[in-house]
Write a protein that binds this ligand. Structure first.
Ligand code: HEM
Length: 307
């Protein structure tokens, strides 16, 4: 079997398994179903320029489109939930092309490979269906893949932010930056909120769309793009494992999210693809990163045909 065919088959299997667990919500993304889109400007500060030739990380400000989202596949999931949030950015480059940066409010992923992710979703489904809760399938999944334990605990115990603008986001995977001399360095990205990290003490009285309403009143909001540099031996292929906290970080720019997009429908129909990259940035050897483009294309195909 060709590797493209294998990729397409596992991608369909993954989206089928998400639908099996969460239901099929016609016309919506199969994950991060409910989101809202904003206009933004990203201004690089020049600190990335010695390390990557990527055009949006040099000196000139670029326009961007941002989508904040609730992680669930159910578009009616409520903002009061203890849930991971998404922050997807499309940078609009001056030559008319785009490049995407997709982040979430946790630092690690719950599976090291697409196959492991299928196992994870199946275990979650088996636990949901279980007649006998004394045999938790997720526990056996973690037993078989111990590196996912911290990521699962982080996702389950995640704080609820008072605002989309008061939480930190991570791109999770490593990427490779290539400089003008062809030297390649592994990096990991984060958006750090300029408003500080502020968690909600009580979200019980919130409306289902509270975080979108809160942001409407709060705009403009801003984040710093922080890059962590890996050192030899730091894994780039496994997004269940974080790099040591003492690795060098460099702040390379600032995004200001200015207003709600007047064209929600257009942007909701687009895909934010973490492997839509530009010269100067390359994907790492993380198999989950390699699979995401095809998985998102399956989701796009289903939602755009109202399936
Ligand atoms: C096997 C692993 C993964 C699967 C199966 C998966 C699945 C999906 C699917 C089906 C979508 C909807 C795509 C669309 O219709 O446009 C989506 C969106 C998204 N995913 Fe993933 N994903 C995975 C890994 C990750 C990781 C590691 C991150 C961490 C950054 C992430 C963050 C997001 C975000 C933020 C969105 C919403 C993007 C937007 O606003 O359009 N995903 N994911």
């Amino acid at each position: 079997m060709s590797s493209e065919l294998a990729k397409s088959q596992i991608s369909s299997t993954i989206v089928d398994s998400i639908e099996d667990l969460k239901g099929t919500h016609h016309g919506f993304r199969r994950a991060h179903a409910r989101g809202f889109v904003y206009e933004a400007v990203f201004t690089p500060n020049g600190a990335a320029a010695p390390f990557t030739t990527a055009p949006h990380l040099q000196g000139e400000p670029v326009r961007a489109t941002v989508r904040f989202s609730h992680t669930d596949a159910n578009p009616h999931a409520a903002d009061s939930d203890r849930a991971v949030r998404g922050f997807a950015t499309k940078f609009h480059l001056t030559d008319g092309t785009n490049t995407d940066l997709v982040m979430v409010s946790v630092e690690r992923f719950v599976a090291a490979t697409p196959e492991e992710f299928v196992e994870f979703i199946k275990a979650a489904k088996a636990d949901t269906d279980a007649q006998d809760p004394s045999v938790p399938h997720i526990k056996s999944f973690v037993g078989a893949h111990p590196t996912v334990g911290p990521a699962l605990v982080a996702a389950k115990t995640i704080a609820i932010p008072v605002s989309y603008a008061t939480t930190q986001y991570w791109a999770i995977h490593a990427f490779l930056w290539r400089d003008a001399d062809g030297v390649v360095r592994p990096v990991r990205y984060s958006w750090v909120p300029e408003a500080g990290i502020v968690d909600a003490s009580d979200s019980e009285s919130w409306t289902p769309h509270h975080l979108t309403e809160e942001l409407r009143d709060r705009l403009p909001v801003s984040f710093v793009l922080r890059v962590q540099f890996g050192e030899p031996g730091d894994p780039t292929h496994d997004s269940t494992v974080a790099w040591p906290a003492d690795r060098r970080t460099v702040d390379v720019g600032r995004i200001e999210i200015t207003k709600e997009s007047p064209d929600q429908e257009h942007w909701q129909s687009q895909v934010f693809d973490p492997t839509s990259l530009v010269d100067g940035i390359e994907p790492s050897d993380d198999p989950v990163l390699a699979a995401r483009s095809t998985i998102y294309a399956v989701s796009y195909d289903r939602r755009s045909h109202q399936r």
